[in-house]
Design a protein around this ligand. Structure first.
Ligand code: SF4
Length: 259
């Protein structure tokens, strides 16, 4: 039932919804992979996640959040000390700059609180539309679509949109799904991109979406080869979900860290 050249709008919407349902079953553990307990922590973690794995960010943030619990603390931070704390996440000078400016903007304009509206969030230093949607969806329960590199690649492979601009992708894909599903859909698509549908070698032969994906065959279709490309702690479960023998998953091929 892969997409044909003359697939109708309705056909595409139905296929998109089916993809959504399969992803719900495939990735029951999908969630925001940045540890946080409030909107400020999520904003900070998201800024740190630029060009860095979520795992690395999660290693740094417990100490950081304990040392800087409020926007006031970032606004008045000692630059050298803050740089040292976040250095492992890379680009630490720029990120320190963003965090201090974010703290100042929150104190000056929002009484030290992270606002819960897209239009306000995107005016803050270090917060683009993608970050704003992550914050809205995960810290404020406002449905949001997060168009990161994985999301963009996967919806393109599925032929859900031909747009290349992230904002246009957000609107095009958003129109195919119920608004209330946007946040979890984003997590599931990103999970699938990190664990199964990789940029260079997608695990097509061990993917649950083979019947719905027009890009099936971009990666190896032989299950014995594809299964070795599955990543993450649930690699065996992912194999089972795709109807592939989980014993074919080599233990060494399941890295603890999923980029
Ligand atoms: S079939 Fe291949 S290209 Fe399509 S979603 Fe699965 S891994 Fe990605």
């Amino acid at each position: 039932m892969t997409r044909s050249a003359n697939e109708t709008e309705l056909g595409r919407k139905r296929r998109a919804r089916r993809i959504g349902r399969v992803l719900t079953e495939t990735h029951p553990d999908a969630h925001c992979e940045l540890d946080h307990s409030n909107p400020l922590e999520l904003a900070v973690a998201t800024i740190l996640s630029a060009q860095c794995t979520d795992k690395k960010v999660n290693e740094v943030t417990p100490k950081l959040f304990a040392r800087y619990p409020s926007a006031v603390d970032y606004a008045g931070a000692d630059r050298t000390e803050l740089e040292e704390l976040i250095r492992p996440t890379g680009f630490y000078r720029n990120k320190t700059d963003s965090l201090i400016k974010l703290g100042r903007a929150l104190v000056e304009r929002y009484d030290g609180q992270v606002p819960g509206r897209l239009t306000e969030l995107v005016t803050l230093p270090g917060i683009g539309r993608k970050t704003a949607n992550v914050i809205l969806g995960n810290a404020f329960d406002v449905p949001g679509i997060t168009v990161d590199t994985h999301f963009q690649r996967l919806v393109g492979r599925w032929g859900l949109t031909t747009e290349t601009d992230p904002v246009k992708i957000e609107h095009a894909v958003g129109a195919l799904y119920e608004r209330r599903d946007w946040t979890m859909l984003s997590h599931r698509i990103i999970f699938h991109g990190r664990r199964v549908c990789h940029a260079r070698k997608p695990a097509c032969g061990a993917c649950t979406l083979t019947k719905l994906c027009p890009a099936y065959g971009t990666g190896p279709t032989d299950p014995a080869l594809a299964v070795k490309l599955l990543k993450g702690p649930r690699a065996r479960d992912l194999a089972v979900a795709a109807g592939v023998d989980p014993d074919l998953v080599p233990p060494a091929a399941v890295p603890a860290e999923v980029p």
